[in-house]
Design a protein around this ligand. Sequence first.
Ligand code: NAD
Length: 454
Amino acid sequence: MDVLKKQQNFFRSQQTKEVSFRIKSLKKLRQVILNRESDICDAIYADFKKPRFESMAAETQFVLAELSYVIKNIGFWAQAEKVSASLLNFPSSDWIYKEPFGTVLIVAPWNYPFQLAIAPLIGAVAAGNTAVIKPSEITPNTSKIVAEIIAAVFNPEYVTVIEGGVEVSKELLLQKWDYIFFTGSTRVGKLFYESAAKHLTPITLELGGKNPCIVDETAAIELSAKRIVWGKFLNAGQTCIATDYILVHKRVKEKLVAALINSIEASYGRNIEASPDYARTVDANHFNNLKMLLEGQEIIFGGESNAADNYLAPTLVNEPKLDSKLMEGEIFGPILPIISYENETDIDRYMMNYGKPLATYVFSKNKKFQKKIIQTYSFGGGAINDTIIQITNKKLPFGGVGSSGIGTYHGKMSFDTFSHKKAIIKKANWFDAPLRYPPYNLPQKIVEKIKLLF
Ligand code: NAD
C-alpha cells in the first residue's frame, strides 16, 4: 500500500522523534479545529441531528481540551525517565526511553464521529508516530470534514485519512501496522484482534458492552433520575458508556419510574420529536434494529417513532425478560429497560450474565454497597451517583476490560499507549564486579547472599 510505504519512509526520516515537531503539528491541528468548529458541528448535525451543544461539549471542545493538555505536558512525558539502579549492575544508571511504535492505524465508529477519530490521533502524534485514520462511513459528512482537517494540517506521509466502508477497512487490516487503535463493536473488535495477531501488531480495542445502572433503596431518586436520563438520552442513547439497563430496588421502582418520566419531559418537552436537543438514531438499519428490539415488550413511556427521520423517542421498558432480544446484547439507542431486584443475588444474576461491561453506575447513599459493587464486579470504569462523567477527567484512564476492550487512553494514558517503553542501562567502566563471570567458583554461601541484591 503506497500510503503506508510513504509513512514508513517518513517515520524512518526521524522527524517525528523531535518533540518540537510534534508540538508544532498538534498546535496547528488545534488551530484548524478551532477555525472550523462550526463546520464540524454542522457536519455532525447533517449526519444524525446531534444537537450543537452536544457536538461542542463531547466532540470539538473535548478534543480541543485534550490537545491543550497534551501540548502542555508532552515535553515532560517524552523525556527519558530515570529509575533507581540495581546494585547487581553497579555502577550504572537505569532509564526508560519512550519510543514511538511507528505507523499507526486508527479506525473510528460513527457515534462520536469526530472525537473518536481525533482523540486517538492526538496520542499517536504526541508519542511520535505517523497515522492513517479510517473514519466511519455511516457518518459521511463528518468523515469528509475529518479528511479535510487532516489534509490541512499534515502531509499525507505523516498523517492521512482514508475514507470508506467495510471493504476499505478490511484492505487496511491486511497491512502490517506498528500499532492499531480500534474503536467500535465487540464483534468487529474480534476481527481486528485476529488480524493484528497475524503480524503480532499491538492493539488497543475500545469496544462496547451492556452497562448496568444500579439504583438502591437509599438513592436520592429525583437527582438520580435526572442524571440517568441525561447520560442515557444524550446522543439518543448512542454512547458506548451510556446506561444500558437499570436494576432498581423494588421498594423505590415506582418512584424512580415517575422521576425518570419527569426528567425526560423536563429535558425534551412533551413534543420530543420537535426538540432541538434530541438527536436521531444514525440510520435506517440501526433504527429498524431498535424497533425490532421493542417488539413484545411492555413500554411504560415513549415508543413513538418516525422512520422518515430515524426518530425514536426516549423509551422506558418494564421488566423485559432476560432471554428477550432486548436483553441479549448492547442496545445502543434510546431504549431503557427497568428491572426490579429484591436482593443482591438478583443483582449478581444480571451482572454475571454478560461479558465485562465498559461502564457500571451505582446510585446509592450506602457506602458499603457502593464499595461492594466496585470491588465485586469487573468493568471498564464508572461512577457513583452519576453517569458518563468518568470520561471527563483526563487523569482517569478510559477503556474497557474483557469483552469491552483492551487498553486505555486519554491524557498521559494516550501518550503511554502509543509509546514503547525501552529499558536502557548505562554501565560505567571504572569498576567491573567479577562475580558473574565463569569459572563459577564462588562459595555457595556467597551465591545465596547474591539473591538479596535482586
Ligand atoms: P462497528 O464495529 O460496526 O464499526 C467500527 C469501524 O469498523 C467502522 O469504521 C467500520 O467501517 C469498521 N468495520 C465495520 N465492520 C468491519 C469489518 N467487518 N471489517 C473491518 N472493518 C469493519 O461499530 P459502530 O457501529 O461504528 O460503533 C458502535 C459500537 O462502537 C458500539 O458497540 C459502541 O459501544 C462501540 N463504541 C465504543 C467506544 C469506546 O470508546 N469503547 C466508543 C464508541 C463506540
